[in-house]
Design a protein around this ligand. Structure first.
Ligand SMILES: [Cu+2]
Length: 459
């Protein structure tokens, strides 16, 4: 837990403060040993989560309140201030403080999701035939407030597509990305087998370029590591990760015969007990379980996988086991109420992406819920297969945000590039050997973006 906090947290703050300044490899790797020792000492503590929870909550809220009051306190507070305030000024500070408010509501409200579960509602009124709705597939859970917003927003998408058809991509042909807990056991096994297949295929990197990349799976990790400073806290944060995720899904399908689509992780469903969720309970249809006292993960399909890259910005071959530090207290930062308020209160893409990436935002919240090595490491985090389900949810909530005002938000770009220039639809989004460089503006529409290659929605 501490490891997650330090690794991501420190980089969050550093990266935030110095958008245009690269985090040097040496900075990163010196941070690591101390973080792992912190994690070791923490695992012997009796009540790690409540201890950390109070650390997080108190530092998070003091950060937020200092943002609100624009007082400058310690070094870390002032760096995180710049994360939230430097680009979005008033809008995002008010969102940040709103978030604090909703945080305290969260834990009491998620306990009892509304039971008036008519998922059909909005969608049936507008769709006559095969438009994908929550009723085309079973949801295994009562829909939360974000699910309901998704359902009621589908009519906006349908209307938009009538006015702006996307060639061959229609709601009838779009692939549907579903929640992990909504997949059948067989579907989960298929996904897991495809990820393991990717881990068994040879890397595409030329020898010596990324020595630690030993498989196709590792190629994605090496690319994420080497581009970390260019794709976080910048204008292309969302679009770059959308493109990476889609490319990963494509590799699972085309290189490993997977016939499903990329699943996502709806944080709220398991926020009360992530360790016993279908994602992390350690059974054969999970993504493996938690580490015990900082040791290797010993249960589930990925217990024997090799983490080859990292920590930090290192691309050298460093084989080790998968470790996690599954955290209830971080999970409690990712409730549906908080996500809903992120979506509905962020009126600009800049405030949406900055609030999401702020100190206690849902982006870090999901990463720290996984924690450990490499899950809690900003650079190497996609060395843990759970990364892709977390980023599926990030992409999903961006898509839901877009659906609130499609004509505007399918052309919305905010923040700055890693070179410090204002973000633009024309900037290049590069995923190295994984695919062609694409203009940011080409990656905004999941229904026909990337020259028609994107054609998907989320349930
Ligand atoms: Cu990332």
């Amino acid at each position: 837990m501490h490891s997650a906090f330090y690794l991501f947290g420190a980089l969050l703050l550093t990266g935030a403060d110095a958008r245009c300044v690269k985090i040097s490899a040496s900075t990163t790797s010196t941070a690591l040993p101390s973080s792992s020792s912190a994690s070791r000492s923490l695992s012997s503590a009796t009540e790690p989560s409540s201890t950390l929870s109070s650390i997080i909550l108190s530092s998070a809220s003091s950060t937020l309140s200092s943002i609100a009051s624009t007082s400058s306190a310690g070094a870390s507070t002032s760096t995180s201030q710049s994360l939230v305030s430097s680009e979005t000024s008033v809008a995002s500070s008010s969102e940040a403080s709103t978030t604090t408010g909703s945080q305290s509501l969260v834990s009491s409200e998620t306990a009892a999701p509304s039971s008036s579960a008519s998922t059909a509602g909005a969608s049936t009124s507008t769709s006559s035939t095969s438009v994908p709705t929550a009723t085309n597939y079973a949801r295994n859970y009562v829909p939360d407030v974000v699910d309901k917003l998704r359902d009621s927003s589908m009519s906006n998408l349908e209307e938009y597509l009538k006015q702006n058809p996307s060639g061959k991509c229609t709601l009838e042909t779009a692939s549907i990305r579903r929640e992990w807990g909504d997949l059948s056991d067989a579907e989960r096994e298929d996904y897991i087998a495809a990820v393991q297949c990717l881990q068994s295929k040879p890397s595409l990197f030329e020898e010596g370029v990324a020595p630690g990349a030993k498989s196709r799976f590792d190629d994605f990790v090496a690319v994420h590591i080497s581009m970390t400073d260019d794709v976080h806290f910048v204008s292309q944060f969302l679009s770059w990760h959308r493109y990476l995720l889609w490319t990963y899904e494509k590799a699972l399908r085309e290189d490993c015969g997977y016939t499903g689509y990329q699943p996502y992780w709806n944080w709220d469903r398991y926020a009360k007990d992530p360790e016993n969720s279908p994602l992390f309970n350690g059974n054969s249809t999970s993504l493996s379980g938690n580490s015990v006292r900082g040791a290797c993960v010993t249960s589930g399909p990925f217990k024997d996988m090799k983490v080859n890259l990292g920590p930090g910005a290192s691309l050298r071959h460093n084989p080790r086991c998968l470790k996690r530090d599954i955290s209830k207290s971080w999970a409690s930062q990712c409730t549906a109420d908080k996500t809903n308020s992120l979506i509905t209160r962020s009126t600009t893409i800049a405030s949406f992406q900055d609030t999401m990436q702020s100190f206690n935002g849902v982006h870090g919240g999901g990463h720290f819920t996984i924690g450990g090595d490499p899950g809690g490491d900003l650079h190497a985090s996609n060395g843990d297969p759970a990364f892709y389900l977390h980023h599926g949810m990030i992409d999903r909530i961006w898509w839901i945000w877009q659906m609130q005002d499609l004509p505007t938000r399918l052309a919305a770009v905010g923040g700055r590039t890693s070179q410090g220039r204002p973000g633009s639809l024309d900037e290049d989004v590069d995923i190295s050997i994984l695919g062609k460089s694409v203009k940011l503006g080409e990656l905004l529409n999941t229904m026909g973006g990337k020259g028609g290659d994107f054609c998907y929605i989320y349930l």
